[in-house]
Design a protein around this ligand. Structure first.
Ligand code: M6R
Length: 622
């Protein structure tokens, strides 16, 4: 939530900052702003609304400075308004700050500062930060023994301020007292530094600045950084200087662009064959799944009595999609939990529990907190993320990566199918180490995994019928998704996709559960989408759908080449056929037409598919 960008170099900062903000807009888009150092004062341009508004502001056009900070906001404290937009200045207008995160104790800090004569003009938690820095800077100045240069004084003031903050933050600070520098620091909110040639870049995440550099410094909590155009100096939490290595990012800058597609979401849906193929990558060798980065022995795995998969939203659905696979192939019970629930319910986690955390961004605050809790309880922790160097991947004992490439659209698509792919590969590795699976079974699943990209391609070639269904559906108020077993998981993910980008109310139900209450909502004309990909469950699901047809529902079913043969197609209004695969993997194929359906419905409604209202891509607040 919220995106921040910074630039320090020889070029005019504002165009670079605006371009970076446009790329980060998926993190929040209710207001945006920039501050630059103009000789001996700070100039700010900011307003309510999207980044494109900033381009046209008179104040933006007047920004000449070569050092600047910028922010796109997802409001937490204070309504979206010009005054609440970042950057925020201190009362003396000597320090400007952009902030991603939440300051939980801002009311106490505000009171403390007000008692010292500070005044506040916004409703934000952030405004305490520049004022705290200002307060500690003035204390530094009063210290007659203090002969530090101005930049080190600001650094000390930033450190003193950060030590007072409770919550999460990544911040960029510029000051008129250090006209050639910028200071950045993070705690539990993402921030990366891109190293350039006589210019350096800062951003909440890599894609925003990938077109300028591939060399990144990935910051840990409470690492303070002083940047100039030619230098980057790192300080620990005691302000001792240390050196840090860059990480080279192999993502292609083009991957973070729309590449000719109308929206990121449709591009990312179409990238799924590649994302799945890349995620399988070189993990299969001589018919076996290999994970050299994991050192799980048979003894350790045999000692486990529980595997937790903890995540949020779509990533949690990926966990649900493999729960049965792990239980069946590894013979270990699996609990899939929502991170925000897990962390507050004293889960039974100990050294006999393996905790797996799934997160596309690797920055989701609740997932990160759940991970820390599991570590405190002595469980081994394994991160599955899409972003190298993300907080979750660095915090966990082990990290493995999906190779979906940057996912920009708020609605997660290629990350989901890649997560199920990687979780399935992981399951095979665990089962093989435990010797709970035969070579034949492994071979069958591996062969199917390898055929998935072309099966997804087949689905993507046949999307016209889905766009027709969307044309008939986009004015609806309610849509129901139902399925059994793994198809129920697909129905949950499909329902989330629809509501998130089309704002149509939608429910997903285990097909057999409808008649225990929810069927009361079914009336003439309601759209019901059934997913039927498991040959063993066709009859049961079909009879549940018939119960709805009888009550006037308009029905669409997703079947595969095998289940198609088991149904009477005339009883449904629409039938979409997808390629057949084994049931462990069917969520990867059957979700694709439903992602497309949500996409087309959103387009029919004329909505912003990539940036749905009230949402942000990375949920870095709890
Ligand atoms: O980055 P993460 O995978 O941790 O994000 C988790 C959820 O916020 C995310 O999957 C969300 O549900 C998506 N917007 C759904 O499309």
């Amino acid at each position: 939530m919220c995106g921040i960008v910074g630039y320090i170099g020889k070029q005019k900062a504002s165009p670079i900052l605006l371009a970076g903000l446009s790329k980060l807009e998926y993190r929040g888009y209710d207001s945006a702003g920039i501050a630059t150092i103009e000789k001996d004062f700070i100039k700010v341009a900011k307003d309510k609304g999207r980044v494109e508004n900033l381009y046209n502001l008179k104040e933006t056009k007047e920004l000449e400075g070569t050092i600047g900070i910028a922010h796109t906001r997802w409001a937490t404290h204070g309504i979206p308004s010009k005054i609440n937009s970042h950057p925020h200045l201190d009362i003396t207008e000597s320090f400007a700050v952009v902030h991603n995160g939440i300051i939980e104790n801002y009311i106490e800090l505000k009171k403390f500062l007000e008692e010292k004569g500070y005044e506040f003009i916004s409703d934000t938690d952030t405004e305490v930060i520049p004022n705290l820095i200002s307060y500690f800077y003035s204390q530094e100045m009063e210290d007659s023994q203090n002969n530090k240069n101005a930049c080190l004084r600001v650094l000390k003031a930033v450190k003193n301020a950060c030590e007072k903050l409770i919550g999460s933050f990544s911040i960029e600070v510029i000051s008129k007292y250090m006209p050639d520098n910028m200071i950045v620091v993070r705690k539990d909110s993402p921030l990366v530094i891109g190293k350039g040639n006589s210019e350096n870049y800062i951003a909440s995440d890599i894609p925003a600045i990938l077109s300028y550099t591939k060399d990144f410094y990935l910051l840990n909590n409470f690492e303070y950084v002083i940047l100039s155009k030619d230098n980057i100096k790192f300080y620990d939490n005691k302000l001792n200087e240390f050196t840090k290595q860059t990480t080279t990012i192999t993502w292609d800058a083009m991957a973070a662009d729309k590449g000719g597609y109308e929206d990121f979401m449709i591009k990312e849906i179409n990238e799924q064959p590649t994302a799945v193929r890349e995620t399988i990558g070189s993990r299969i060798e001589n018919g076996k799944c290999i994970f050299p980065e994991l050192d799980f022995s048979k003894e350790y795995l045999s000692s486990l009595n529980l595997i937790y998969i903890v995540a949020c939203g779509t990533a949690m659905h990926a966990g649900l999609a493999v729960k049965n696979t792990i239980e069946k192939l590894c013979k270990i019970p699996v609990i899939v939990d929502i991170a925000s629930e897990f962390r507050y319910r004293n889960p039974i986690v100990n050294e006999k529990t393996l905790c797996i955390f799934v997160s596309q961004s690797g920055e989701t605050a609740d997932t990160l907190a759940a991970l820390k809790l599991s570590k405190e309880n002595h469980a081994k922790t394994l991160a599955i993320t899409n972003v190298i160097g993300s907080s979750i991947s660095r915090e966990a004992d082990f990290a493995i990566y999906t190779h979906a490439g940057p996912e920009i659209a708020v609605a997660s698509t290629k990350a989901y199918t890649s997560q199920i792919t990687l979780l399935t590969l992981l399951t095979l590795y665990l089962a093989e180490t435990l010797q709970t699976i035969s070579q034949n079974e492994i071979r069958e699943i591996v062969d199917e995994l390898l055929s998935l990209p072309s099966k997804i391609e087949n689905v993507l070639k046949n999307i016209d019928p889905i766009s027709i269904i969307a044309k008939n559906m986009f004015k609806e108020k309610d849509v129901f998704y139902i399925g059994r077993g793994v198809d129920y998981v697909t129905s949950q993910e499909a329902s989330l996709k629809l509501k998130e980008i089309s704002y149509i109310h939608s429910e997903s139900y285990a097909a057999g559960e409808l008649k225990h209450g929810t069927i009361a909502l079914i009336e003439k004309g309601i759209n019901v989408i059934g997913i039927i990909t498991d040959s063993n469950l066709v009859k049961k699901t079909v009879s549940n759908i018939e119960e709805l047809t009888t009550r006037g529902a308009i029905t669409t079913v997703i079947v595969n080449e095998a289940t198609e043969k088991q149904i009477d197609k005339t009883i449904f209004d629409n039938v979409i056929v997808v390629p057949e695969t084994i049931s462990y993997l069917s969520p990867i194929v059957s979700i694709v037409p439903l992602q497309m359906l949500a996409y087309f419905v959103s387009k029919e409604k004329g909505l912003d598919v990539d940036k749905p209202r009230n949402l942000a891509k990375s949920v870095t607040v709890e």
